[in-house]
Every structure is written in structure tokens, then in C-alpha cells.
Design a protein around this ligand. Structure first.
Ligand SMILES: Cc1ncc(COP(=O)(O)O)c(C=O)c1O
Length: 498
């Protein structure tokens, strides 16, 4: 290796290695370098050429190289240090690399990963690209439970426990408790224009499980999935762990925006958040909805519509779902009770096209053993007796007020080049920052003031091109929003004024 430049060695490897024909270029580059590392052809601390020079030498796009390097980095094969480029990681436990006497152990050894986990396990648990901070004002994804009607909920649960039916204590194999499925079907028909029968509704333990179930039942290892870029990290993680190849599609002010290059690929799944893109907050336009639906129908792809927070629309008419526009039964619609009730309730729903209903029920039972029937029964009553609707109304009022206060407090940042889109829904908003701004640094500066916000670049796949701050307003008490918001505005203004 010393005598051969790495770019030439890699070119040889790419030609020599037999890859499945559908494997995209970034995955081939990743695999070749990974194999080089586990077989000691690339020794620890070896400096890899820059992605730019490799792209030229291999006649590939820079994005291809960036995606390959990112995966190597995420899985711990390489490290990147400012000023010293990307190097092969120095420290691997022995089982991670191939020993000279034990060539056949490459796969199993590498599979155990740097932490003793499998590759799949490492993808699921061995790394974080999501900032994991303690709960603080403005942390996205944190809700305020102070308005939750605890006593009423306890009463409904007690009613179920007074004389539980034996079937309620079992796993349940029917796709969920029928009265709950029926209550959800009514709610979705009325408020989200979802086109469905009760049979199509399955109760899951939340969106994370719904996505996992779709990935397991609708795809095979290596299949392509279009995801929004930037993307909700939870979905991204589940799709990756299922061995799917992520194809990032940019998001503009009309939502997911596939271009000519994207249309050359044939996805098996398309994961999208059309009502309120996570994290940018834009609403998908009618034109884009039609485009996605038509494309999915023409390619036989399935669209996973994650409608995670549309209960919180503060102005204008409720938006219809993508599923409601679908004439070809290509959309699987998912919702969650994590936001309106509380995340620990671990209940969500998945609406599947009629042809998938029976297989999904069986798959759910075989793979995940649903259960939670007692809580499902209490929730069915909560909805049927009207408490769900009034709780949503109460939350909408509280969160809507917080949103207005935050928007007012942050308004000054527009004078220094930041943008403040005024979308009227959800539980977070995004302040857009100029592309040359280090949003991670701005988030750190905010953290020094006791405010947690997430940098938009952390949600990007591949090149961290988009910069901004994701700011949750559901957690902080209403009277604290304006003072905290002003502190955050000062931090942003100071950071952008240098
Ligand atoms: C985009 C998105 N989808 C779904 C969820 C909720 O998922 P779950 O039902 O697994 O709690 C969240 C939670 O923050 C989210 O941000």
C-alpha cells in the first residue's frame, strides 16, 4: 500500500470487487474502503485523500465520496479531525479487524463493530448524530404535560381494570382494539380527510414502530428509500437499521423536491412528512403531492406519510392528508399519540391500503406482539367521550400562544440575515441561518445561556449544507417564552454580526 497511492488502490478495488448490480456508487466506495481497513491494507491512522481529490481520481461525484465517508465515519472506521483530514481510526478492538490467520472472520468480526455490537446494532445504538441533551427550554420534541387531564385518565384506566376481560390481557392479534381503531378511523376521516375503513387501521406502539413494520414487510435488504434531506433522525435510523439505502431528496419551500437525478432512481419506499416537514416546517404543495403520488404509482413505490403533529395547526383550515389524495393505494399513513397524549403511552396508528391489511396484521403480531389492550380500551373511551377533542383544543390554544410569543421575540434576527418562516403549525419552528454560518457553534452559544436548540445541519444527510436552528416551544412555560426568546435572539444576532 505504501508504494501505491490510495486513489489508485481504490480504483483497482472498485474494479475488482464484485458488487450487486443495484448497489449505488457510494456504497461500493464505502465497502471497498471498509474491506481495506478490516483486512489491514489500510492501517490505523492512515490519512485518506480528500473527497475532492478522490472524486476526481475515480471520476465520481463529490457527493458520492461524501456519502461513503460519512458512513465510514458514522460506523467508526475513520475519524475526522479539523486540520488533519480523515484518517483510519486508530483504535479497534481486535475482533473488529481481520487477523492474518483468520481471513474468514472478516464479516463476523467487523459485524461486531467497535462497541461489540453487530453492524445493525451499531447503526441502531452505537452512535448518535442526534444531539442528546438534557431537557431545557426550546428543546425540540419535548412537550408540556401540565395540561394533561391526569385524574380523568386515571379514572378511565381504573374503569378498565375493575373487571378486565381476559382478551384485554393478551397480546391481541387483530391489529388492535376494535373500538379504538374505529374511533381513530372516525377522527382521521373528519379531521385529516383520510380515506379509509376501520379494517385498514392498525394500532402500533408509535410511529417508530410503524416505520419499522413497513420497512420489514415491504422491503428487502439493500432496497432504496427516498428520504427528505434534512430528515427526521428517528425515521432515518430505523430505515438504515433495516439495511435500506437512503437516497436523500432535497426539501425546498414546497416540501420534498425530487429532481432529474432523483427520478433516475427507483425507490421502494418514500418517507415524507408532508403536513409539516420535519425539521424545516414547510407544508408540501399540492403540485408536489400530485407529483409524488403519480411517481409512486408509476414505479410501484410505497409512500410512508408521517403525520406526526398535524393536530397542532394554529391558523387556516386543517390540511388534508396525502393519503386522502391517493387514487392508487400507494400511501401508508401514520400518526402518533405521543404528542397529544404523552410519549410514554407508546401508541400510534398505521393506515394501510386494503390489499395489505391482512398481511400487516399478521406481520405485526408475528414480529412485535402488540398488547397494551387495556390502555387502548381506555384511550378509545377518552376519544369517544369527547375528551380527546377538548384536550387538543386546549393544547392548540396553549401552544399557539407560545408560538406567537416566540415568533415575536425572535423577529429581530431577520435584521442580521437570519430567516424566520411563519408557518402556522407544529411544535417547533426553524430559524434559517446563512450557509456559511456554523450552526453547531450557534447552538453551543445558546446552550451556554441555558437554552437547547438543535442545529439544522445535524439533520442533513451527506454534505451539511443547510444551516439553521430548530427551536421547540412546547416545553417552556408560556410566561418564560418571551424572555428566553429574547436571549436566543441576542445569541443569534451576536453570532451573525461577527
Ligand atoms: C417526524 C416525527 N415523526 C414521528 C414522531 C413520533 O414518533 P413516536 O410515535 O415513535 O413517538 C416524532 C417525534 O418527535 C417526529 O418528530
Amino acid at each position: 500500500m505504501e508504494s501505491l497511492p490510495i486513489s489508485e488502490w481504490l480504483l483497482g478495488e472498485l474494479k475488482q470487487n464484485r458488487f450487486p448490480s443495484r448497489m449505488p456508487a457510494h456504497r461500493r466506495v464505502y465497502e471497498s474502503i471498509r474491506r481495506g481497513i478490516v483486512s489491514h491494507q489500510l492501517t490505523p491512522d492512515t490519512r485518506l485523500p480528500s473527497t475532492r481529490s478522490l472524486a476526481e481520481a475515480l471520476n465520481l461525484s463529490r457527493n458520492t465520496l461524501l456519502a461513503a465517508f460519512e458512513q465510514l465515519h458514522d460506523e467508526g472506521y475513520v475519524v475526522s479531525l479539523t486540520g488533519s483530514g480523515t484518517r483510519v481510526a486508530k483504535t479497534f478492538p481486535e475482533e473488529f479487524t481481520e487477523t492474518k490467520n483468520d481471513k474468514n472472520t472478516e464479516k463476523s468480526a467487523a459485524a461486531r463493530g467497535v462497541t461489540g455490537l453487530s453492524i445493525r446494532g451499531t447503526a441502531a445504538a452505537g452512535q448518535t448524530d442526534q444531539p442528546s441533551y438534557e431537557v431545557q427550554p426550546f428543546a425540540p420534541g419535548e412537550d408540556d404535560f401540565s395540561t394533561f387531564p391526569t385524574q380523568l385518565w386515571r379514572r378511565l384506566l381504573n374503569r378498565q381494570w375493575r373487571a378486565p376481560q381476559p382478551a384485554h390481557l393478551d397480546y391481541g392479534h387483530t391489529g388492535g382494539y376494535l373500538p379504538l381503531r374505529s374511533a381513530i378511523a372516525n377522527y382521521l376521516r373528519m379531521s385529516r380527510a383520510v380515506n379509509l375503513t376501520v379494517e385498514q387501521v392498525l394500532i402500533t406502539s408509535g410511529t417508530q414502530q410503524s416505520i419499522d413494520l413497513c420497512a420489514r414487510l415491504l422491503t428487502d435488504h439493500g432496497d432504496l428509500v427516498w428520504v427528505e434531506n434534512p430528515c427526521y433522525w428517528g425515521a432515518r435510523r430505523v430505515l438504515e437499521v433495516n439495511g435500506l439505502q437512503l437516497h436523500p431528496v432535497p426539501v425546498d419551500e414546497e416540501g420534498m423536491s425530487p429532481g432529474t437525478e432523483d427520478f433516475r432512481s427507483t425507490p421502494r419506499l418514500i418517507y415524507t412528512t408532508p403536513s409539516h416537514q420535519y425539521p424545516k416546517g414547510v407544508v408540501m404543495s399540492y403540485g408536489r403531492r400530485r407529483l409524488l403520488l403519480d411517481y409512486a404509482a408509476s414505479k410501484g413505490a410505497w409512500i410512508l406519510e408521517d403525520d406526526y403533529d398535524s393536530e397542532f395547526r394554529f391558523e387556516g383550515h386543517p390540511l388534508s392528508s396525502l393519503q386522502g389524495m391517493d387514487q392508487n393505494d400507494r400511501v401508508l399513513y401514520m400518526g402518533t399519540f405521543s404528542k397529544v397524549m404523552y410519549p410514554g403511552i407508546k401508541l400510534g396508528y398505521l393506515v394501510v391500503p386494503p390489499e395489505l391489511t391482512e398481511s400487516f396484521k399478521r406481520g405485526l403480531y408475528q414480529l412485535q406482539r402488540p398488547g397494551q389492550v387495556v390502555i387502548q380500551a381506555a384511550l378509545a373511551e377518552f376519544i369517544e367521550e369527547g375528551h380527546f377533542a377538548s384536550h387538543i383544543r386546549r393544547l392548540r390554544q396553549v401552544y399557539g400562544e407560545r408560538r406567537c410569543l416566540l415568533q415575536e421575540a425572535l423577529a429581530p434576527v431577520t435584521s442580521v440575515g437570519a430567516s424566520l418562516p411563519l408557518a402556522g403549525s407544529g411544535l417547533h419552528l426553524m430559524v434559517g441561518l446563512p450557509p456559511d454560518c456554523d450552526d453547531v457553534r450557534v447552538a453551543e452559544l445558546a446552550a451556554e445561556q441555558g437554552l437547547r436548540v438543535y442545529p439544522l445541519s445535524c439533520y442533513c444527510i451527506g454534505e451539511k449544507r443547510e444551516k439553521g436552528l430548530i427551536i421547540g416551544y412546547a416545553y417552556a412555560a408560556t410566561e418564560r417564552i418571551a424572555p428566553y426568546g429574547r436571549i436566543l435572539a441576542d445569541v443569534i444576532q451576536a453570532a451573525l454580526s461577527y
